[in-house]
Design a protein around this ligand. Sequence first.
Ligand code: NAD
Length: 290
Amino acid sequence: MTTRLIDGKAIAADVQARVGRGVSEWVAGHHRRPALVTILVGNDPASAIYVRKKHEACDAIGIESRPVHLPAATRAAELLAYIDACNADDTVDGILVQLPLPRHIDTSAVIERIRPDKDVDGFHPYNIGRLAQRIPVLRPCTPAGIMELLRHTGIDLHGRRACVVGASNHVGRPMAMELLLAGATVTVCHRFTQDLAHHVADAEIVVAAVGKPGLVKGEWLRAGAIVIDVGINRMPDGHLCGDVAYDPSSGKAAWITPVPGGVGPMTVAMLMHNTLEACRLRTMKAGSLA
Ligand code: NAD
């Protein structure tokens, strides 16, 4: 079997172009441009790159981007007050607080402070709860992007066995809920899982989101598996690698995402989608209340 690469860059470019057309139509309908505020606290270099990529994407498709950079010593109360101001500002459609936050700030309290209808990362308990109850509105970007990648393989997920490796609030858990919503039979593995190899070998779809380079071994994979590698690990020589150690020439998997160029670009594209969606939904809600 030839292993095919799922070209996240190309698929993300399509999604982004589609959102860009949506923005143009929205503005042509005499609406204000959607606006995204990103809040970066501190000087983590990787976070700074992620935020920059998000703003480049906004600029490319006509979403107004407002980057805010706060010092690492920012107090939690100051950050919460800033979020309150963005919540109240009618010209702000999306609020994204770049994670991780400095250790002295409680991440959950910050996420819960964002108005759910401006929570374009989809991390607020309201949005996670809606996904859990099969009535999603603003979906967490990385899992939503992965669902686009899976659609691209043409696979019908109903009844398929999927294994999600990693159970974080922002990737693994919502990923499992997305797969469940799509009709897959889902196993979630985490740091206490015993015999990870067994669960991976049983799965037709494997999503690895752990942050440990090469944790999932190519030889564990079932023949014909679809493999989504979410991990982004910077190695000592500076190159990036994923959580899956797979040699495409082995021909075992049917599809795999490259790192970089797989899941990463989709996360940004889905953020653009969510920002336009948040803008539209809030405008329509305001109209119906008028
Ligand atoms: P996290 O540290 O919050 O969670 C890691 C999860 O892995 C935990 O649930 C933990 O229980 C589990 N885990 C740890 N060791 C394990 C083991 N031996 N076996 C099975 N599970 C184990 O990480 P995260 O925020 O979910 O991110 C995971 C990876 O995905 C990181 O490399 C991150 O950089 C990357 N990421 C990529 C994107 C993207 O857009 N491509 C987005 C978010 C995260």
